[in-house]
Ligand binder design. Structure first.
Ligand SMILES: Nc1ncnc2c1ncn2[C@@H]1O[C@H](COP(=O)(O)OP(=O)(O)OP(=O)(O)O)[C@@H](O)[C@H]1O
Length: 331
């Protein structure tokens, strides 16, 4: 349904995205995950036909976003980071207005607007002026305007930014309820958003796709699915250096958080590389380096570990995961 092929965009001398390739199957929700400035908005805007790419192609339902932009706009709903709302209009009036600009015939408008209102649970607010709505309800109106013409594909840029926890749950549930009948790309820098909402994730870092897969497979393939939590006596940074040099170790992070280490104790989390079991070597290396080893236990990797590994430890990546996955996606 959505095919992105070697897409690049430069702003003057700044390269925002480079060689971005991925695809989204019909009915799927793809999470487009990356830190600030990674290139998410740039990609979303190109897909929505609002920005020309410098190189590469993107197709929605078989139509090229640049060459057939009108056909593409009829087939996508776009929710930018700040929803394009007219605050002085009522919810219903605004949705009628959007339906008209999107080319829905006068006879069909009322049915389509009512369907979007019901889908987004806005029945109680249909005659309320948008300015008076909470941010959560405004976001729902933003989603309603994106789906009012019943497009097969929906592109959402950071749809839950600025919402309170209850509103976030509501908007996520709404997005999930749209999957199946719609194909969705959702850009986010929030990790739980991806594991809670998306079937698959594409991780982008500094303008490049560094992995594409289901959240579960990423966790297993990239980290071996496990690691260790370790409590030692000694200096954290020194211990990190020692552990980083142990064969089979992929990522080391401090988990002492804001708590001051008690009795000079450090708490570390080590993620192992695919297929390796470095537990014994970790224990040996720590003891040989003079650290007191108080506790060491196995833990499962989280999506956060994967994300950190991909966005901060690129040099340690098992390369087959990247290339094999991207080829698979492009096929
Ligand atoms: N209009 C522009 N002119 C010049 N550089 C830009 C422009 N828009 C974005 N960039 C740069 O391109 C890169 C990617 O930006 P983009 O907004 O796509 O990232 P993002 O992942 O959406 O980030 P955020 O989560 O912070 O919105 C950044 O380095 C950004 O500074």
């Amino acid at each position: 349904m959505i095919e992105v092929d070697h897409l690049s965009k430069t702003y003057g001398s700044t390269s925002a995205i480079t060689d971005v390739t991925f695809s989204v199957e019909p009915g799927e929700i793809l999470g487009f995950l990356g830190p600030n400035g990674a290139g998410k908005t740039t990609t979303m805007r190109i897909l929505a036909g609002y920005l020309p790419a410098t190189n590469g192609t993107a197709k929605i339902a078989g139509f090229d976003v640049h060459e057939n932009s009108l056909a593409v706009r009829q087939r996508i709903g776009y929710l930018p980071e700040t929803p394009p709302l007219y605050p002085e209009m009522t919810v219903e009036g605004f949705l009628h207005f959007v339906a008209r600009i999107k080319g829905i015939s006068a006879g069909d408008r009322a049915t389509k607007v009512t369907a979007a209102i019901e889908r987004c649970n806005l029945q109680d607010k249909r005659r309320v002026i948008i300015r008076k709505l909470s941010k959560g309800y405004r976001q729902r109106v933003g989603i309603a305007q994106a789906i009012v013409h019943d497009p097969p594909a929906i592109i959402m840029d950071e749809p839950t930014v600025g919402l309170d926890p209850r509103q976030i749950i509501e908007v996520r549930n709404l997005i999930k309820s749209l999957a199946g009948t719609h194909t969705i790309i959702l850009s986010t820098h929030i990790l739980p958003e991806v594991s809670m909402t998306c079937n698959r994730v594409a991780i982008i870092n500094r303008g490049k796709i560094v992995a594409t897969n289901t959240p579960e497979s990423l966790m297993t393939q990239l980290t071996g699915g496990s690691g260790y939590e370790i409590e030692i006596t000694g200096e954290t940074n020194l211990a990190k250096q020692v552990l980083q040099n142990v064969a089979g170790v992929s990522l080391v992070e401090s988990i002492s958080g804001n708590n001051l280490p008690r009795d000079n104790r450090a708490y570390l989390r080590v993620i192992s590389q695919l297929g390796s079991e470095p537990g014994q070597d970790i224990a040996l290396a720590l003891v040989r380096a003079g650290f007191g080893l108080h506790e060491m236990r196995r833990v499962s990797a989280t999506l956060e570990d994967v994300f950190l590994q991909l966005t901060t430890e690129e040099k340690n990546l098992p390369t087959e995961v990247n290339s094999a996955e991207n080829e698979g996606e492009a096929a």
